[in-house]
Design a protein around this ligand. Structure first.
Ligand SMILES: [Zn+2]
Length: 365
């Protein structure tokens, strides 16, 4: 972003691009074109906002890729509901005779949005897991039978326990799209595996551990021209999966663990200890099967906040005790003592990305 003006090939300054994108976010009128180029704004990694540019040609390629890999072609008329932080006319360009899009702005009242979503009865739902969770809970509590034939999870990490719950409530497969400012990176194939779009994106792997199980992808996108992406390292922690039987040879993502910013690092007397988010997730999920959602935030050197949402709310206190015990044990196993785990209630700003494991203690140790 610092060198946006020199990197883009269409002569648009970051200042102008931000102006256009911000004005459209404020007015919630989402036409953001400068000449032939459309401008998008993303929350980006590390909370920094990112600009992305698309020419008409790039937009057409993106639409083709999304139709082919995500929505799937059909001669049936279908309604697609999109829950998004901000619209970009990139999404609206998918509108056609066969597909109609309804855009729900997640900055507006979510309950009203969910009610109008249910009235419309779309065939396809696209939203981030934290919004899917609210829709699923609403449908479960109101005893509403699912009318969906496809659900696509975007923007945040979709975890296995959530996926199982969504499949149960929505009665269909949950596909994933892994997309960021830097492009449409991966999609779920018919065998249910998440593949990198390696037919037009080069993925180099920068391994993070000696076992070579986790890596940061370094991406080069051969189809982006207006804003080239060349050997750009993402902060996401990827686990590589096995070769898929669907016919595609492109790399399978077993899971996206989270971002490297959210790794918990501690210092013991003689060494520094790294705890990847997966260890924390596992410690929480194995302690009770009554947990619907949670968030764990590191607030200080020894201080961690824990938010819990229990399926059966009468057992919430018991769940908290169990989770705390399990986390204490995990920290002890890593040789870390005296961690304070305090309860807190998450007041989520839906316009930002929800992360279950978060590190807000950024001080380097
Ligand atoms: Zn596959």
């Amino acid at each position: 972003m610092e060198n946006f003006d020199t990197i883009n090939t269409v002569g648009i300054s970051a200042e102008d691009a931000f102006k256009v994108a911000e004005a459209s976010e404020q007015s919630r009128n989402f036409s953001t074109d400068i000449g032939d180029i459309s401008v998008g704004l993303s929350s980006g990694t590390s909370g920094n906002r990112g600009l992305f540019l698309n020419s008409k040609k790039e937009k057409a390629i993106w639409v083709g890729a999304i139709l082919d890999r995500v929505i799937g072609f059909s001669f049936k008329n279908r309604k697609v509901a999109f829950f998004l932080r901000a619209n970009n006319n990139l999404y609206e360009s998918v509108n056609s005779n066969l597909l109609s899009f309804k855009f729900f702005d997640i900055k507006e009242n979510l309950k009203d949005n969910i009610e109008s979503f249910i009235q419309i009865q779309p065939n396809v739902l696209v939203a981030q897991p934290s919004v899917l969770l609210e829709i699923a809970k609403y449908m479960e509590h109101q005893n509403i039978d699912s009318f969906l034939s496809k659900v696509i999870s975007v923007a945040e990490v979709l975890e296995e326990d959530q996926k199982v719950y969504f499949e149960q409530i929505f009665g269909c497969k949950i596909d994933q799209v892994y997309q960021c400012t830097e492009g449409f990176l991966a999609y779920t194939c018919k065998e249910n595996n998440l593949h990198f779009n390696e037919d037009w994106i080069e993925i180099e792997k920068k391994y993070l551990d000696t076992d070579k199980t986790r890596f940061h992808p370094i991406i080069t996108d051969f189809l982006r021209e207006s804003q080239p992406v060349i050997r750009y390292e993402l902060n996401d922690i990827i686990h590589e999966g096995k070769l898929c039987t669907c016919g595609s040879k492109s790399t399978v993502i077993e899971k996206i663990e989270g971002r490297s910013d959210d790794v918990f690092e501690f210092k013991t007397t003689n060494k520094s200890v790294t705890i990847f988010p997966d260890f924390l997730r596992r410690a929480i999920m194995v302690s009770s099967n009554n947990i619907l959602n949670y968030a764990l935030i590191r607030k200080g050197k020894k201080l961690i906040w824990l938010h819990l949402e229990s399926r059966d709310i009468t057992k919430k206190e018991e769940d908290f005790k169990q989770v705390k015990k399990s986390l204490d044990q995990l920290f002890l196993d890593f040789g870390i003592k005296n961690i304070i785990i305090e309860p807190f209630t998450l007041d989520q700003d839906r316009s930002s990305k929800f992360t279950r494991i978060k590190n807000e203690y950024k001080k380097s140790i």
